[in-house]
Design a protein around this ligand. Structure first.
Ligand code: SAM
Length: 257
């Protein structure tokens, strides 16, 4: 929360929703009449059926565009919402920030009548992304430190389904792996400003890795090494949609009938 109170300014500019990723989230929420968006930030990927957004950072709330769902300043671990008050609870790229994941997930399960949808990432896949693997291993370590392990999440949400969210080559959203086919973008400090994975890695380590990237771009080595990537429309860099139906096994509180 403090991170976003300090660096949330300008977040809405760097993080614009990508329509193809938005479509996958919308599909995951298909049929849900009311949605609570938890850790909602500025409202990226917030579906039209959102009735409330929960967000702890005032700076983020202040950047929510007019017309987005009403925002309540609160944390996932203690949701100010009644039990089974919404069809679905949505949490996009936020669970890794929660101070008590178990409690936050229990709260999602408490408030959602029908479905929980979480967008997160599998750091074991992300670490193979060329930028992290070959240029910024320190950022790969940061990423691993930040991430919620997918098997831990699956253990906490028995019965959940996990599906890949491919990143298009021209992804509009400016998150860390968005520029996988536009490597020059990583040399632009304005592009990097929206990437918490880099902001939380030692400046020297980032600078050294980017110097090597610049050299490889100038010499043509990057284009030669990663030629295969240039033909791909999208790739799996580890983003995952985790969906839990209310009636999945392990949902002990599922008692309406
Ligand atoms: C990477 S942003 C994602 C925001 C938005 N969901 C999106 O996709 O653009 C992470 C958000 O989680 C929020 N956050 C941090 N700790 C939280 C907590 N304990 N409960 C709920 N949200 C939290 C941050 O303030 C921030 O807005």
């Amino acid at each position: 929360m403090a991170l976003y109170d300090n660096t949330g300014d300008g977040y809405a500019r760097a993080r614009r929703p990508d329509p193809r990723i938005g479509q996958l989230i919308a599909q995951a929420l298909d049929g849900m009449g009311s949605v609570a968006n938890i850790g909602a930030g500025t409202g990226s990927y917030e579906p039209p059926g959102t009735v409330v957004a929960v967000e702890p950072s005032r700076v983020m709330i202040d950047q929510r565009p007019p017309g987005t769902a009403p925002a309540v300043r609160a944390v996932a671990e203690n949701l100010p919402l009644a039990t089974r008050s919404v069809d679905a609870a949505l949490a996009v790229l936020t669970i890794h920030h929660w101070t008590d994941l178990e409690r936050g997930l229990a709260e999602l399960r408490r408030i959602a009548r029908r479905r929980i949808v979480i967008l997160t990432w599998d750091h074991t896949v992300t670490r193979e992304f060329w930028l992290l693997r070959d240029y910024l291993p320190a950022a790969a370590d940061t990423d691993a430190r930040l991430a919620v392990a997918i098997d831990r999440l699956e253990g906490l949400l028995p019965g959940a389904t996990v599906s890949a969210v491919p990143v298009p080559h021209d992804c509009v959203d400016g998150f860390g792996a968005a520029y996988w086919r536009r490597p020059e973008a990583y040399l632009d400090p304005n592009v990097r400003a929206g990437m918490s994975m880099l902001a939380l890695t030692s400046k020297q380590d980032v600078a050294a890795g980017l110097d090597r990237l610049r050299e490889d771009l100038n010499s043509g080595r990057w284009a030669k090494t990663y030629a295969d990537l240039l033909a791909l429309p999208s790739i799996d860099i580890g983003y995952r949609l985790v969906t839990l139906e209310a009636r999945s096994p392990g949902r002990a509180d599922d008692d309406d009938g």
